[in-house]
Structure formats: structure tokens, C-alpha cells
Design a binder for this molecule. Sequence first.
Ligand code: FES
Ligand SMILES: [Fe+2]
Length: 321
Amino acid sequence: MSSPFLRNVWYAACLTADIKKNKMLTRVILGEPVLLYRNQKGNVKALRDICPHRGIPLSYGRLVDDQVECPYHGWKFDCEGTCTEIPSLLPDQSFDSTKIKVRTYLTREQQGVVWVFMSDRASRSASEVTALESSSGPQIPILSALPLEAKPQVALNKMFSCHVDHAVIGLMDPAHGPFIHKSWMWRSQKSMLEKTKKFAPVPFGFQMIRHRPSKNSKAYKILGGAPTTEITFTLPSVRVEHICVGLRNLYSMTLLTPVTEKETRIHQLLYWDISWLTLIRPFVAWFARFFLKQDMDAVNQQQDGLEFKHPVTEVALRWRS
Ligand code: FES
Ligand SMILES: [Fe+2]
């Protein structure tokens, strides 16, 4: 059966700050349980969170010197997923434990986000996966005006109760804005203006090319000056809005990660180098939550209708096949 998700691409797993020292974190990504932790050098490692022996999640175990020890029978797995120890083996048993492997994933950290490369086959070797990653597929987005170590000033992490396809369409759909996002703080329906947006292709996606946002948008007005904005969507499910105010920058990055066929994790991240905005960060965070909830409510309500096999469901399925 074909996968209901796009594979051989990077997905956001969590934030850099979510992985604490000597602690394991589990995320379900594309229906696979993934265990994440940092080794002694501080690099993020990712293993399939299922013990190959009897199937218990390894995350119930513990970290011992960069290795994950299964809680059930104490088998240990190193960062490469190789079983290094089976405590119940007797000295005269010459079984080679290194033949036992647990699946590993390539990881990368950039601008406060931990990314995991989800390849299409569990059986691919590490070198095959690396080759696949460096081929010409979509790459991890870089917020180019900010350093690679930049961390989000505001980070929201929510679950949408829908397949990633519906969440992606909700993100890209320009027509929902005036209805879903109407607010006295943002803009009233009365002040909606007809405006034509220009789009252009970019590798693995498309872009709403840089333009002056509507004068009636209070959220842009608050930035002062003459802001311009550019919105880029790239596969698998990354939307980046880059607002420039003079030499200063504000980025809104939205990352969708399929959890299951009916659940999608959304990371909504805001970055900026505008110092006065940092002073009102709690207000910006509150506003971002408010805005995201509007999207979440719409997508969740849409599921009530799609339960009844609306043609949209069929279109989404055809698009994937
Ligand atoms: S189930 Fe993990 S070691 Fe037995
Ligand atoms: Fe929206």
C-alpha cells in the first residue's frame, strides 16, 4: 500500500529546547514512534521507539552513556541503532548482538527546530539515506536574515485533527483570510479590500511575491514604517512569511508534521530582530495563539463535513496518488 504521506523529506520533529539533557522525548511522525535524545556531545539522535526484541517502547527505558537501555530485558542500543549488549547471554553463548538493529533517522538542528528525515524504507542503510537526503529534494528552510543559531521568540505547538493535506490547503488558501481571521484587532470584514496577489514558482513550491500588505491590516500597521511581505510555501508542508520593515525582519514560520492520517502537529514560530517587539512578546504570543486557533477551529469543523465523503476528500486522495 502506498504511504499516505510524502517521504524522503525533512519534517519538523520538535524544538531544540524540547530535548532536555539526559532525557528522552517521543514523537509520532508519519505514524512512526520516534525517540529523540542528545548524546554527550549535544547532538540530537533519533531511533525508532520500539524495541526489536519484544516491542516495548524504548523510551520507557533509560539513557546510559549515550545508549538507550530497554526497560524489559536490558538490551542496549547505541546512537547508530546497533544492539551492543544483551545481559541475559551466558559467557559461552557466542551470539553477535550487533546484528540486531533498531531503525535510526537522520536529524538536524537549525534555527531552534529539530528536523528528522523520514525516508521511505526502514531497510535503507545510513549511507543510502544520506545520499537520498543530499539529492535534489526540498531542503530545510533557512531564515536568511537571521543567524543559524537564532531561536524563535514565540513558539506554539498544536495538534490539528485532520490529515496533513487539509492542514496544508488551509495554510495556503488565501480566500479564507477575510472570513476566518476577521477581528477588530486585525481587520473588520467591512474594511476588506479586493486585492490581487502575484505568485511565482520557487523550487519545490511557490511564492506570493514581495508586496506591501493591505493598509487596513492593523497587525502590519503596528510594525510602523512601510513593511513589505513575501510568503513562500515549499514541500512537504512549510510556510514562511518574511516581513521586512526597513532593515529589520520578522519571520512567521509554520511547519506541519503528519502524526497519523487524522492528526497533524503544527509548529507556529515567530522570529524577529526588532528589539521593541521583544518588549511586547507576551502580547505577540497571545495574538499568534488567537490567530492559530481560528485556523484550527476551521480545519477541525471541516472534518465534521468530510466524515461524509465530500468530493474534497476524493480530490486529496487523487492528488496524492
Ligand atoms: S523487549 Fe526490549 S530487551 Fe526485551
Ligand atoms: Fe489562516
